[in-house]
Every structure is written in structure tokens, then in C-alpha cells.
Design a protein around this ligand. Structure first.
Ligand SMILES: NC(=O)c1ccc[n+]([C@@H]2O[C@H](COP(=O)([O-])OP(=O)(O)OC[C@H]3O[C@@H](n4cnc5c(N)ncnc54)[C@H](OP(=O)(O)O)[C@@H]3O)[C@@H](O)[C@H]2O)c1
Length: 258
């Protein structure tokens, strides 16, 4: 019997992660939908994956908590046996946008724990499984896809902690790409620009205006589906001789323009 392809999406209950989970299901992956608080939303995503004909499981785990990560990976492996694709998507903005001269250490610790320490150590755990997996199944071609941000290189002085967490994801992508290439495990980063989700709903009017003024060459909001299309391409092996690569899904935001 042909082995199923299994994708794990952290923060798959809402926003970009939801779009990625559904995109991967449409491409034939079974999907593990991780969430932290939104159990109902996660179950709805899992139900939609099943409607698309794939297996799905919603599993609660706070990616910033070590014991949760361990329990999460154990549960995935018990249910599905292997992981072909890990998408590190879960992430948060600071609870309060505070000027860098006033922002607190508590906010810094929270954002770094969820956005950087969590995925860094989840990847460590999953990578060890993937190494064993490819040794047993040399035809497997696991991928790790990190959802970074244009904030990795763009200064927003009212959310410095977030920018630093995403700059860290940039280096994390390079490190794991380097370390895992010998096993055929490819690692990529997707850098979304401004995407319409709950995270950006609080600044909708500001960005509506900026899009109208041409902040991005492609003058519209990005969608979770835009990001999902890039994830699916990478997950399906569209870039077999590339690793550590950054794909900007940002309407051209990253271009320097005169
Ligand atoms: N929206 C943008 O413009 C944009 C741009 C660039 C990059 N990004 C990045 O894209 C990713 C998704 O963002 P989004 O806009 O889709 O955000 P969102 O709509 O706020 O959704 C965040 C997702 O992450 C999950 N999550 C939050 N904390 C978690 C934790 N501790 N453990 C596990 N899951 C957790 C949430 O799950 P629960 O609801 O269950 O807690 C939810 O599914 C983030 O990494 C973000 O930094 C977003």
C-alpha cells in the first residue's frame, strides 16, 4: 500500500495556518491541525480536510511549552506513524504595540517563546524523527517550512520583539537547512507580507490606506491562500535543488523602489 503523506501545521486553526492546512489537504496530504486555544475552529478545519478526502486530526499544544511539544509529536507519530512536512506557522503579535523605548521584557519573552523558541525546538524534535524516517524509507523527502515575515528585515518600532523573533526564524531556516541537507531533508522559509487575518484586523484601516497609496507593487491585501499556494509548491517538491531558500509572498513588498 502506498504510504500516505502527512503534514503538520502549527497554528492551523485560523488565518494563514488554516489556509495552509486546507491547501495541503487539497494537494493530497493528511493534515495534523495544531492549535492552542481555538479548539472549535481547529475541529472545523479538520472537518474540512476530511471533506477533501484526507485524514485529519486537531491536536492542542502550546508550541512555547516543552511538555506540550513532546506530547504533540508523540501523538502525531502514534496516529500517523511519520511526518513528511512540518509547517512552523503558529505565531503571535505582541499583546500591546508599545514603542521600543517602553516595551516590556514580559512581552519580549512571550513573543520570543512562541514565535522562535517554540518552532526552534519543535523542529529539533521533528528533525530527529525525519532522520530516522528517511533511513527507513529512502524515498521519503521530508520538508520543513517556516513561516517568517517581512518583519525579519523591516523595522516596526512598535513591535520590536516581533521583528526580532522573525529575524531569528531567518537564521533558524539557514541552520536547519545546513544541518539536515545530508539526510535529504529540505528546509525553506516563506516570508508573507501583509496578509488579511485576525492578526492584521486591528490595523485594517491603516493598511487599506497604505495599499491604496501603493505600499506594495501588487496593490492588494495578501490572503492565506496566497501563502498556502507557496507552501504546497514547496511541500510537493517544486524546488528539489534548493534549501534554506526564502520565498517572499508579499505582493513585491521586499523590492527596493525609486
Ligand atoms: N497576517 C500577516 O500579515 C502575517 C505576515 C507575516 C507573517 N505572519 C505570520 O504568519 C503566522 C500566522 O499568522 P496569522 O496572521 O494567521 O495569525 P492569526 O490569524 O492570529 O492566527 C495565529 C494562529 O497561531 C496559533 N497560535 C498562537 N499561539 C500559539 C501557541 N502558543 N501554540 C500553538 N498555536 C498558537 C493560533 O491558534 P489558537 O487560535 O488556537 O490559539 C492561530 O491558529 C504567524 O507566524 C505570523 O507571525 C503573518
Amino acid at each position: 500500500m502506498e504510504r500516505s503523506r502527512v503534514a503538520v501545521v502549527t497554528g492551523g486553526s485560523r488565518g494563514i495556518g488554516r489556509g495552509i492546512a486546507l491547501g495541503l489537504a487539497g494537494a493530497g496530504f493528511d493534515v495534523v491541525v495544531n492549535y492552542n486555544r481555538s479548539s472549535q475552529a481547529a475541529e472545523e478545519v479538520a472537518a474540512k480536510v476530511r471533506e477533501l478526502g484526507r485524514k485529519a486530526l486537531a491536536i492542542q499544544a502550546d508550541v512555547s511549552v516543552r511538555a506540550d511539544r513532546e506530547r504533540f509529536v508523540d501523538a502525531v507519530l502514534e496516529q500517523f506513524g511519520h511526518i513528511d512536512v512540518l509547517v512552523n506557522n503558529a505565531g503571535v503579535a505582541p499583546e500591546v504595540r508599545a514603542d521600543i523605548l517602553e516595551a516590556t521584557e514580559e512581552s519580549f519573552d512571550r513573543v520570543i517563546a512562541i514565535n522562535l523558541r517554540g518552532p526552534y525546538f519543535l523542529t529539533q524534535r521533528v528533525a530527529k524523527h525525519m532522520i530516522e524516517y528517511v533511513q527507513k524509507h529512502p524515498d521519503a523527502q521530508p520538508k520543513i517550512i517556516n513561516i517568517g515575515s517581512n518583519s525579519a528585515y523591516t523595522s516596526s518600532t512598535s513591535r520590536g520583539d516581533y521583528c526580532i523573533s522573525k529575524a531569528g526564524i531567518g537564521m533558524m531556516t539557514k541552520l536547519y537547512a545546513d544541518r539536515l541537507a545530508e539526510y535529504g531533508i529540505l528546509v525553506y522559509e516563506i516570508r508573507p507580507g501583509i496578509i488579511a487575518t485576525d492578526m492584521t484586523a486591528v490595523v485594517k484601516e491603516k493598511y487599506d490606506r497604505l495599499f491604496a497609496e501603493g505600499i506594495t507593487p501588487i496593490r492588494r491585501w495578501g490572503t492565506p491562500e496566497d501563502v498556502a499556494k507557496a507552501v504546497v509548491a514547496l511541500a510537493e517538491g517544486a524546488l528539489p535543488y534548493s534549501t534554506g531558500e526564502v520565498i517572499n509572498v508579499d505582493g513585491g513588498f521586499h523590492l527596493h523602489r525609486l
